[in-house]
Design a protein around this ligand. Structure first.
Ligand code: GLV
Ligand code: MN
Ligand code: MN
Length: 409
């Protein structure tokens, strides 16, 4: 690459700081749930930044925001991206950093007066987190053709509000067909969101792929009754069943290698101290680097639930919220990320991603890779999420170098 091509680190940090102020929480984090007013403000800010850079800005029918830098030739583009929505109690870096880094890559090329051979673009994908609408990575899933626009618009949040209606309300139902920009390669920079890089003494991560994800929603129906008068043996208690399921899922993680389990939503109705619950709606987030053990975990869980339902007189129904297989990235592009780190004298190690990312969907379309930077304390989906300025700039320089290489190869 052009040897003195560099990210403007101060400008990257100041752009991220500006975006962090939109939906900032008193704890120092961010709450920009997909398609809320805060998300709209973040989107408006981003579109403004892209336009000020002279990028061609397009919005597609699922609200993905695409900023394009025209290259010298027609044909597929080198795409960078991530998301600017957050979980309800999110940090400032998850997703936002990858979008800002992509913008800074294009800004660095503009500053240097360089025009790539291929088109280059940065995309902010809609609803990556899956915190408001399911599945997670919805915008990139639709972009990659895994879900129709109509099906995505029909998704509703926990209050029954429709995704399509929210897109229209905030003015981000665009004209373009998702996937309109053909992809030559996809590169995403992201915080690691776990403790590995920091505990290994710092340095960057060349991501080799993303583990499999299975999100289930379970609805448990029992019989509401008086908590003081109903003998224990007469109760049909879905609250107790939910607790048993949570423990069973946790036990699975001790016997199935690589298995993870979490129940982050447990809603109990009617929610009175002295009423045996009638209904529990709970989520399960199951993940594994390999698909076969993940399937084994899910099958064991479903069997356990069937037996529990029978024994305790509870009805248990399942709904899929998200289901994505383990996704390996492209060797050539992983090696290119490593080569870029080496050019900057930056240590880098190969690792798998525990979190889902838009890259998982983009890899259905084109060669894909990611670069990770350390998360201090391994914290993410937490207002205390933090990465250092130096690491952010290092990661963005690697993104710049690898993207430039792909755009000119
Ligand atoms: C996305 O943030 C995920 O849950 O992996
Ligand atoms: Mn993310
Ligand atoms: Mn996230």
């Amino acid at each position: 690459m052009s040897s003195n091509l560099r990210i403007d680190g101060a400008r990257l940090v100041s752009r991220l700081t500006a975006l962090s102020m939109i939906g900032a929480t008193p704890e120092g984090g961010c709450r920009r749930l997909a398609l809320t007013d805060e998300d709209k403000q973040g989107r408006d800010w981003l579109v403004g930044q892209m336009q000020a850079l002279g990028l061609e800005v397009k919005i597609d029918a699922i609200g993905n925001i695409v900023g394009i830098l025209k290259g010298q030739q027609e044909g597929p583009a080198v795409i960078m991206g991530s998301h600017i929505d957050t979980v309800g109690t999110g940090g400032r870096f998850d997703g936002a950093l990858g979008v800002i880094a992509g913008v800074e890559v294009l800004a660095a090329l503009r500053d240097a007066g360089l025009t790539p051979k291929r088109d280059m673009a940065v995309i902010a994908f809609t609803n990556e987190e899956g915190a408001r609408f399911h599945p997670d990575m919805l915008g990139s899933y639709v972009w990659a053709g895994g879900m129709s626009v109509a099906a995505a618009h029909a998704e509703t949040d926990s209050e029954g509000v429709g995704l399509g209606a929210e897109l229209r309300r905030i003015g981000y139902e665009g004209q373009e067909a998702p996937g309109f920009l053909e992809a030559h390669a996809y590169l995403e920079m992201h915080i690691e969101q776990g403790p590995v890089l920091e505990s290994e003494g710092g340095g960057l991560g060349a991501v080799t792929g993303i583990q499999g994800i299975c999100w289930l929603e379970l609805t448990l129906k029992g019989r509401p009754s008086h908590a003081g008068t109903t003998p224990m043996a007469y109760r049909k208690d879905p609250g107790l069943a939910a607790a048993r399921i949570n423990i069973f899922a946790n036990e699975l993680t001790k016997t199935i290698p690589g298995q993870l389990a979490n129940s982050g939503v447990i809603r109990v109705q009617p929610g009175n101290v002295n009423v045996v619950p009638e209904t529990v709606v709970m989520s399960l987030d199951l993940r594994n680097p390999l698909d076969a053990p993940l399937a084994e975990a899910e099958a064991a869980l479903r069997k356990f639930c069937a037996e529990l339902a029978e024994r305790d007189g509870i009805a248990i129904s399942f709904r899929d919220l998200a289901r994505f297989p383990a996704t390996p990235f492209t060797e050539e592009l992983i090696a290119s990320v490593e080569q870029s780190a080496a050019e900057f004298g930056l240590p880098i190690r190969r690792m798998i991603s525990g979190a889902g990312h838009d890259a998982q969907m983009m890899s259905r379309l084109c060669p894909t890779a990611m670069v990770f930077i350390p998360s201090i304390g391994g914290l993410s989906h937490n207002p205390a999420e933090f990465s250092t300025d130096d690491d952010m700039v290092a990661g963005a320089n690697v993104l710049l170098s690898a993207a430039w290489r792909a755009a000119n190869a």
